[in-house]
Ligand binder design. Structure first.
Ligand SMILES: Cc1cc2nc3c(=O)[nH]c(=O)nc-3n(C[C@H](O)[C@H](O)[C@H](O)COP(=O)(O)OP(=O)(O)OC[C@H]3O[C@@H](n4cnc5c(N)ncnc54)[C@H](O)[C@@H]3O)c2cc1C
Length: 424
């Protein structure tokens, strides 16, 4: 078993997959370790869908501009090729997606780039010497393993690698540390879509009534439901578990149980009260409750709401984003949704990927260095892929120039990213 790599990426969600592919394409020897059996992260294990918007319009002719970088688009294209339905429209490409095709597309792209994949394996410990990570310890089927690398990228969503390494992490909002709610996503079949769509307003009113009667305990303000890539299937993102820490093992277990009860409560509501749902049936619940927010690693820069609102530009920008500050209330009912205008975006600095006190560790995806409010915007899958691509590129540049993640020339990284469609 080979145990030494240039780069170890922990986590195979959109951030980790993009990081690994980008670094490998630039000649880096990469090992990607993933706890589950595929790539895709929350889209796979938490059934998260669709993609939230990742583009804007620029110039006098209002040209459509992708903000998420070219690798994210390539992943979407490769997945679309596998699914290849003649009726698919650009809307489907940009939002709805088939996670099964996505998983295979990511897998093939990673293998083609030369990434070594290790699935069903969890990283459980690290060794370090001062600010340098030396190795990660991992376990699969009771087999203990240790892998060494010059660089590491934490793309675990929950900052597991950084936490194990002893980085300072923050959880939740300032004041009481409460995070955005967790949501167990589920899919429902057997719905008569026409009737269901026509009855939506009545459904929302009835939902409120059932809540007031105590028949619905879910504190969410309404029913959040999306079309799904598969015809005849609706995607429900509507359970809401509040005031439970996503990084406390027993609280997380309680959250899974509460969300499962909410799922059945919702199925009962749909079948007994909503037009077109008389024959609705629960097709699947996610393997893991969806975690919008947990640990955020404190880095050399902490991206905050003021940066977003000011559409701040940074000398060391490595990403751009413009999704709304979308905060599902940690207190119960309500969602704050503060959108950017068309043509507006903010930048994310390289320093937000660089944990304080480390020279060979980067963070990518939803756990980069930011506040609760800022995280609520860049956390969507397209921008997590963008952050991953940037981190992978930075490690490749560091390796080529004989530097490390801390001393790398960010201008060199930016120059490459600009050739890859980054708007920075
Ligand atoms: C309920 C919900 C709804 C959402 N809705 C949308 C939406 O509609 N559109 C949108 O674009 N975004 C949405 N998001 C946000 C988005 O899904 C996530 O923020 C994004 O997927 C995070 O990507 P990531 O790569 O940073 O982390 P993840 O996708 O979570 O990937 C992290 C990976 O690391 C692995 N891992 C973790 N710890 C270890 C370890 N110790 N060892 C090995 N592997 C490990 C995990 O198994 C996982 O595969 C939603 C999120 C939630 C929870």
């Amino acid at each position: 078993m080979k145990t030494k790599y240039d780069l170890i990426v922990v986590g195979g969600g959109f951030a980790g997959t993009a990081a690994a592919i980008e670094a490998a394409r630039q000649g880096t020897d990469v090992l990607l370790i993933e706890k589950y059996n595929c790539l895709g992260g929350a889209a796979a294990y938490a059934l998260v869908s669709p993609f939230m918007a990742f583009w804007t319009h620029i110039g006098e002719d209002k040209k459509r501009q992708n903000l998420a970088g070219d690798l994210f688009l390539e992943i979407v294209d490769e997945a679309m090729k596998l699914t290849a339905r003649s009726e698919d429209t650009p809307m489907i490409r940009d939002a709805l997606f088939d996670e099964e095709s996505m998983k295979l597309a990511m897998l093939r792209m990673a293998r083609k780039a030369g990434v070594t994949l290790l699935f069903n394996t969890a990283v459980t410990a690290v060794t370090r010497e001062k600010g340098t990570l030396r190795s990660v310890k991992a376990i699969c089927k009771a087999i203990d393993m240790e892998f060494f690398a010059d660089h590491f990228i934490d793309a675990t969503g929950d900052a597991e690698l950084s936490y194990l390494a002893g980085c300072t992490c923050e959880v939740g909002r300032e004041g009481d540390g409460q995070c955005q709610p967790m949501t167990l996503c589920f899919r429902v079949g057997g719905i008569d879509k026409e009737k269901f769509t026509a009855d939506r307003a009545r459904m929302q009113a009835l939902y409120k009534q059932w809540q007031a009667d105590g028949r619905i305990k879910n504190p969410r303000e309404n029913v959040l439901v999306f079309r799904n890539y598969n015809e005849g299937v609706m995607h429900f993102n509507t359970t809401r578990v509040i005031k439970k820490s996503p990084v406390d093992p027993f609280a997380l277990t309680e959250a899974e149980i509460e969300a499962r009860e909410q799922t059945y409560e919702m199925m009962h509501f749909l079948r007994s009260a909503v037009e077109g749902c008389e024959n609705a049936r629960l097709l699947s619940t996610a393997l893991h409750i969806g975690i919008r927010e947990s640990r955020r690693v404190m880095g050399e820069y902490v991206l905050c709401e003021e940066d977003l609102i000011a559409l701040r530009r940074f000398e060391d920008a490595i990403a751009a984003a413009n999704y709304a500050i979308d905060i599902h209330s940690p207190d119960g009912s309500g969602t704050r949704f503060q959108e950017f205008s068309d043509g507006e975006w903010y930048e994310i600095p390289y320093r937000a990927l660089l944990p304080k006190g480390f020279d060979n560790l980067l963070v990518a995806g939803r756990c980069i260095s930011s506040t609760h409010e800022a995280q609520a915007s860049y956390r969507i899958m397209p921008f997590c892929a963008e952050l991953g691509q940037a981190a992978g590129c930075a490690v490749a540049v560091a390796k080529r120039s004989g530097r490390n993640a801390r001393t790398v020339n960010v201008k060199d990284v930016q120059a490459i990213l600009r050739t890859k469609g980054f708007v920075i």
